[in-house]
Each structure stands twice: as C-alpha cells, then as structure tokens.
Design a binder for this molecule. Structure first.
Ligand SMILES: C[S@@+](CC[C@H](N)C(=O)[O-])C[C@H]1O[C@@H](n2cnc3c(N)ncnc32)[C@H](O)[C@@H]1O
Length: 363
C-alpha cells in the first residue's frame, strides 16, 4: 500500500472507533487532583532549593533533570488517565488543574508556556518560542528552565522543530539560481539558516501581512538574496501574486503553518495562486497538522495540553481534507503526494503529525 493510502486508511479506521459512554467524571477529577497533590510536594521543594542554588547548571545536572521530569510526568499521567478512560472531550477536566497549586508551580512558571498562553503576537508559537525551542541552550535560569523542559519536550514542540528542519533540508537541495516563495513567512528560520550556511545564489521572496513580522525581518538585515513584501494571503489571486513577484516564476513555493489557522474555504484559492507561479516541474509545499490517527503522536488527549491548557487551537486536517486544497487546479497539470516530518520515506515511521502537501507542476 502506498504511503498516501496508508495515511488515509489509518485516519478512516480511527474515525470508525466509537467513544465509550460510561465515564465517571468525579472519580477521574479526584484522581487528577491526587496526581497533582503528589507532584506539588516535589515541586515546592525544588522551587525553594533551585532558587537558593544559583551555581549549578540545573538543566544538565542529573538530579535536577530527574526532578524536572516531575512536571512532564504529571502532565503525561493526566493525559494517560484521560486516554485510558477514552475521554473525547477533555475540557471537562481542565478545572481541577487550573485551580490547583500545580498550575502556578509548573505551567504558569514556565515562561514558554505562559508566552504561548498570552500570545503577544496572537498565535501561540510565535517567533520568540520558535527561536527558543530550536536553540540548544535556552536562555532561562533555574526554576524556569526546569519548568520549560516539559513544554519544549512534548510532541507539538518536537514537530515544530522537525518542520523547520524539513524545510531547511529542502532549501539545501535547491540548485543554484533557484527562486523561492515563502508565504506567511515569519520568522523564516529555515531561510535564515540557509543564508548563514550557504553562498549559493538562491533568491527568496518572503511575504507576510503582519507589520511586526515585516519589521522583524528588515531588522535581521538578511542579505540581498532576500526580498520582503507585505501581502495578505486572504486577498491573493493568481494575478496579484504574479504582480508581487514581478512576473518571476518560482522553483519552490511554500507556506507553513498558515493553513492550520485558516478556514478551508480560503485554501484552494491560495493554493491555486501559489501553484500558478511555479515553473514547470517545480514544487509547491503546504503544511498542515494531521488529524488524529494511529500513527500520529498528537492523540486527542494531547490536545488537552494544546487546547485546554494553552488555549492554542489549530485546525487539524485529514489527508482527504488536505487534498481538497487542490480542488481549483486542473488535475492534468499536477501530481502530488502527502508527506510527513523530514519528508520521511518510510511509511511505518510512527511519528506522523504534519501533513506536507507536495505538488509538482507538470505543465
Ligand atoms: C504561525 S506563523 C508561521 C510562520 C512560519 N511560516 C513558520 O512556519 O514558522 C504564522 C504566520 O502567518 C502570518 N499570517 C497570518 N495571517 C496571514 C495572512 N492573512 N496573510 C499573510 N500572512 C499571514 C503571520 O503574520 C505569521 O507570520
């Protein structure tokens, strides 16, 4: 079976599974509270100790790392409890967590999690978190560093790192004189990595509609291989985009982490506008988080962290829904497949969480 078919069938199988009706809400809430009580005993102690000792590197010290696992394990235990009880809608179980001291000692103390919650740039994982989560040595101290570990370690954070790496790998393989369009680009980390590490003549056009994004990009003083322009994806037509690109045809056009936020009705038009700018034989890549499937490490309860704790709502799509982005294209003009992190070729890799729609222009 082809990887594409495997993705579709894994998702369809899961859709068929029925939720159970026998849920004892108060017993589960009580169990959550007990898990949190136990964790709090450890955390209060760590907090006092870690604030006192500023001379050790608590992120690499085995004892402290072990203690940091308390937070991660507590969150994992709650998620496991919800999974065992087949809870389809975890929002009913957020209250015991929100009102518990554990919340202040862990989630609210982790500036990465707090940043995701507060959303200074309207979406959870903005440039600041993107940079911090991709850096080897994070700029936090003591207790905060410990509390950040759980957050930067869960599958969503990992898939975000994988996404940037996957795109970077693609850029590295482009031949000299390629032209690349990146729609909704901020912070375009993969482009920045490419510019830092390669002299190859590849021209990038970075488009975004957010003034802060555009300011940030200008401040980076990226080299003359980069053109930065303001563009609103919702208003793009084939002609408008062609004008923005001064009629130049692209070797690669991509947008990552835009479609997860926008209603499906906008997707085919944006897809078409980008596709039409491609040179024949070249590629369009669109990313979207995949819906729950047996091979997706973002099970429904993982959304307990994303949606309930961090108020971070994305649109997860099935391969069929992602395929629908192509609905305005002439089927004779392209071929496509849906790939995953690292554009993995092994369909058995149990780490699928991102759907990369890869479209090749045939004429
Ligand atoms: C979650 S970030 C993704 C950034 C980057 N592509 C990445 O993968 O790290 C979403 C980006 O989409 C931009 N954006 C949101 N709505 C947009 C729109 N209607 N038109 C153009 N850009 C948009 C935001 O300003 C932001 O830079």
């Amino acid at each position: 079976m082809e990887k594409q078919e495997l993705l579709v069938s894994a998702w369809t199988d899961l859709e068929k599974k029925q939720p159970e009706n026998t849920i004892d809400f108060s017993a589960i809430s009580l169990e959550i509270t007990e898990i949190l009580n136990t964790a709090c005993l450890t955390l209060s102690w760590i907090k006092q100790e870690s604030l006192r000792k500023s001379d050790i590197d608590i992120v690499t010290d085995p004892m402290w790392v072990e203690i940091a696992n308390t937070i991660r394990d507590t969150i994992k235990r709650i998620i496991a409890l919800l999974e065992i009880n087949k809870i389809e809608n975890p929002s009913a179980f957020i209250a015991p967590l929100l009102w518990h001291e554990f919340y202040d000692l862990s989630i609210w103390s982790a500036d990465s999690a707090r940043h995701a919650l507060e959303k200074p740039y309207w979406y959870a994982w903005d440039m600041h978190l993107m940079k911090k989560s991709c850096e080897k040595h994070n700029p936090w101290d003591n207790y905060e560093r410990l509390t950040n570990l759980w957050f930067l370690d869960f599958p969503t954070a990992e898939s975000i790192r994988q996404r940037a790496k996957s795109l970077y790998e693609t850029l590295k393989r482009l031949p000299e004189w390629s032209k690349v369009l990146n729609l909704a680009c901020w912070p375009a980390l993969e482009v920045q990595w490419f510019l830092q590490n390669f002299d190859k003549k590849v021209d990038f056009t970075l488009l975004d509609n957010d003034p802060q994004t555009l300011n940030y990009l200008h401040q980076q003083e990226l080299d003359d291989r980069v053109t930065i322009k303001e563009a609103n994806a919702f208003k793009l037509s084939t002609q408008r985009l062609a004008n923005l690109l001064d009629g130049a045809k692209m070797d690669l056009a991509y947008t990552s982490w835009l479609f997860d936020y926008i209603p499906a009705k906008f997707a085919p038009r944006i897809t078409q506008a980008m596709f039409e700018q491609l040179k024949v034989w070249w590629k369009l890549i669109i990313w979207n988080y995949l819906k729950l499937s047996d091979t997706n490490p973002h099970p429904q309860r993982q959304k307990f962290v994303m949606e309930e704790i961090l108020d971070w709502k994305l649109i997860y799509r099935s391969p069929d829904e992602i395929r629908w982005f192509l609905s305005k294209l002439d089927p004779e003009t392209y071929k496509y497949h849906i790939s995953t992190e690292f554009f993995a070729t092994n369909p058995n890799t149990p780490t699928w969480s991102i759907g990369f729609l890869i479209v090749e222009k045939l004429r």
